[in-house]
Structure formats: structure tokens, C-alpha cells
Write a protein that binds this ligand. Structure first.
Ligand SMILES: Nc1ncnc2c1ncn2[C@@H]1O[C@H](COP(=O)(O)OP(=O)(O)O)[C@@H](O)[C@H]1O
Ligand SMILES: Cc1cn([C@H]2C[C@H](O)[C@@H](COP(=O)(O)O)O2)c(=O)[nH]c1=O
Ligand SMILES: [Zn+2]
Length: 200
């Protein structure tokens, strides 16, 4: 029986790298994986999954209004899909996570989802919330804070490099806007950001 996996982490933990490595593993066994990424995240050009260490592959795009069951069942009827690799899964909607469970349960295709657990405010993204609730396997990918602890939180900076405590949940960016840190250093940064906002 196929399963749904959620590989989650803070930013810069190697999610895209791991996804591309899985794709390579499927292909070298003569199998056909399909890669999807969020249309909104166009940091490395649209229709591509790229890792910061230089690997890159073509990807299908998804947007919140897309029905992933319709897309994937149609693709699978034209040519067998052996595995679905989904990047930036924090941007999935609740309905789309449900559609992906249907791909696993009805088509018996493994779905491997990669994404952030929480946003810069420490709140769950919608996609991550339902993946944490419904995936068969939860796998944490780890990265390191500047202090050496596991970095499981993400700080967003403004243009001048100051940590921000509030704002829209979604803002596309990379190392220029975000840094992954441990919970202790996240709390310190948020305390300073709130203090600065009060005295401004
Ligand atoms: N196989 C690996 N070996 C060593 N470092 C890695 C490996 N994969 C990723 N990294 C490190 O992780 C960083 C982030 O990789 P990336 O896949 O872009 O992360 P994410 O998708 O989680 O943001 C890279 O810059 C590199 O420092
Ligand atoms: C923390 C946080 C992140 N985002 C965005 C920033 C990036 O475009 C992606 C995550 O990229 P990754 O390196 O592949 O993990 O998500 C956001 O919109 N809001 C946030 O709070
Ligand atoms: Zn730390």
C-alpha cells in the first residue's frame, strides 16, 4: 500500500535537495516520478525545483484553485505515475491535501510532500496543518541554528535586517529575508522585534 509522507523543516534544511535526490532514485530504477511545486514560489524561475546546492529539475506548477486529484488521475491514466514529489507544501490548501490522500488511497501512488512546518510568527501553514494531521509518515529534516542547536523556527527580516514579528503569512524570499534558528533564539528575536515596534 502506498503512503503519504510529510518531510518538514525550517528553511534551508535540504528539503528541495532531498526531493531531487528521491526523483533521481526513482528515475535510476526506470520509474517515473512527477514533481510539483507552488506557482507562487518563483525564486528560481517558474516550473522548476532548485536546491541551494545547485541541483534543479523541471516541475509542474500548482495554485490554490487547482484540483490535484483531477490533475494526477488524468496524468496517471495517460502514463503510469510511480511517485508524486510535492515541494513547498506549506502552500497547499486543506482540500488539496485531501486530494493528495485520494491519490495515495485510490491510485496507490506514494506522495512525498516537502514543506515548512510553521511561518515566521510560529503559526502553522494550512498545508502543513493538514499534512501533520493526515500523512502516514512524518519526517523532520534538520538544520542548525548559529548556536549549534536544531533550528526549527524561521525569523523574517525587513529590508534593514531587523526581525519582524507581524505581517502577511506569505512572502516569497530566501536567505535575504529569512533565517532559521532554534526556539530560544527565535523567542529572543521576537522579544526584541515587539519591543522595537512598541517604542517606534
Ligand atoms: N546533501 C547535502 N549535503 C550537504 N549539505 C546539504 C545537502 N543538501 C542540502 N544541504 C544544505 O542545505 C541547504 C539548503 O538546501 P535546500 O534543499 O535548498 O533547502 P530547503 O528546501 O529546505 O530550503 C544547502 O545550502 C546546503 O547548505
Ligand atoms: C517562514 C516563511 C517562509 N515563507 C516562504 C519563503 C520561501 O519562499 C518559502 C520557503 O522556502 P524553502 O527554502 O523552500 O523552505 O516560503 C513565507 O511565505 N512565509 C513565512 O513565514
Ligand atoms: Zn540558537
Amino acid at each position: 500500500m502506498a503512503q503519504m509522507y510529510f518531510y518538514y523543516s525550517a528553511m534551508n534544511a535540504g528539503k528541495s535537495t532531498t526531493l531531487l535526490q528521491s526523483s533521481f532514485n526513482y528515475r535510476e530504477r526506470g520509474m517515473s516520478p512527477v514533481i510539483f511545486t507552488a506557482a507562487i514560489d518563483n525564486r528560481f524561475g517558474q516550473g522548476k525545483v532548485s536546491s541551494r546546492i545547485g541541483l534543479s529539475e523541471e516541475a509542474e506548477l500548482y495554485s490554490p484553485e487547482d484540483n490535484l486529484w483531477d490533475k494526477l488521475s488524468q496524468m496517471n491514466s495517460l502514463s503510469r505515475v510511480d511517485c508524486v514529489l510535492m515541494d513547498e507544501c506549506q502552500f497547499l490548501t486543506k482540500d488539496q491535501v485531501h486530494q493528495l490522500t485520494e491519490v495515495v488511497d485510490k491510485l496507490d501512488i506514494p506522495v512525498l510532500c516537502y514543506g515548512l512546518r510553521t511561518d515566521f510568527r510560529g503559526e502553522l501553514f494550512e498545508g502543513s496543518q493538514y499534512l501533520l494531521a493526515w500523512a502516514d509518515k512524518l519526517v523532520e529534516l534538520k538544520t542548525v541554528c548559529h548556536c549549534g542547536r536544531k533550528a526549527n523556527m524561521v525569523i523574517r527580516h525587513d529590508a534593514s535586517g531587523k526581525a519582524i514579528a507581524d505581517g502577511d503569512q506569505v512572502e516569497i524570499g530566501g536567505n535575504d529575508r529569512y533565517v532559521s534558528v532554534c526556539r530560544k533564539h527565535y523567542k529572543e528575536a521576537m522579544g526584541q522585534a515587539r519591543q522595537a515596534a512598541k517604542s517606534a
